[in-house]
Ligand binder design. Structure first.
Ligand code: GRF
Length: 228
């Protein structure tokens, strides 16, 4: 069982997708803590509703990023978690944090990295005029939206879509690929080779075209496994 802390700053819909997959019996994850830098983050409410410890630590109470990160590490370790999923967490992490959970901090980004890093990925992609957009789950390193890629979903951009429309389309796929990436981590199937992440035992080496009843079609690689 993966002992996981989830860090949120806002709505927490990705957290909810994880909780829903867990409730379906698809995720070998023990949610030890949901942590936020914002006391009013809706993600904390979602955690409480699911009976998971929820904690806010206000970054503004600390003199610098390292001190804030050290406090978060202490809280996460106190709750027995040894892996971390960033799910709409809007703070950069320092080496103080990353060294506490080496190779075990994941993030979701609403663009096809390395394109459109930063906090407005969907809007930037829509304004740029891309015709294919998507989302990426990656390991976190010290640069923003930069670490080795675990899984991506690529989807067509509807003509005339603005950033908001696109964000909704992308979010539906975030909710599918993030739980899948966490399940691979829980199963101990992620192998890091330089910048490349290999999923051990991934059934098909080819790109998988996934029909999605509520969110259109996407190319997902590595392929989603049954249930995801
Ligand atoms: C998602 O689009 C995620 O990719 C980005 O922030 C958003 C968080 O949404 N990093 P939610 O809080 O999970 O609903």
């Amino acid at each position: 069982m993966l002992k996981l802390a989830v860090l949120v700053s806002g709505s927490g819909s990705n957290l909810q997708a994880m909780l829903d997959r867990k409730a379906q019996g698809l995720l070998d994850v023990d949610f030890r803590l949901v942590l936020s830098n914002k006391a009013d983050a809706n993600g904390l409410e979602r955690a409480r509703a699911a009976g998971i410890p929820a904690l806010a630590i206000d970054h503004r109470q600390f003199p610098d990023r390292e001190a804030f990160d050290a406090a978060m590490v202490a809280a996460i370790q106190d709750h027995g978690a040894d892996a971390v999923a960033l799910a709409g967490f809007m703070r950069m992490l320092t080496p103080t944090f990353l060294h506490a959970f080496p190779g075990r901090v994941l993030n979701i980004h609403p663009a096809l990295l390395p394109s459109f890093p930063g906090i407005h990925g969907q809007r930037d992609a829509a304004e740029y005029g891309v015709t294919i957009a998507g989302c990426t789950v990656h390991l976190v390193d010290e640069q923003m939206d930069h670490g080795p890629i675990i899984i991506q979903a690529a989807l067509p951009v509807p003509s005339g879509a603005d950033g908001e429309t696109l964000a909704g389309r992308i979010l539906a796929w975030e909710h599918r690929i993030y739980p899948q990436a966490l399940q691979w981590l829980a199963q101990g199937r992620l192998r890091l080779e330089g910048r490349h992440v290999r999923v051990e035992g991934s059934p098909c080496p080819d790109v998988a075209r996934v029909p999605g009843s509520h969110c259109g079609e996407a190319l997902v690689h590595p392929p989603l496994e049954p249930g995801f």
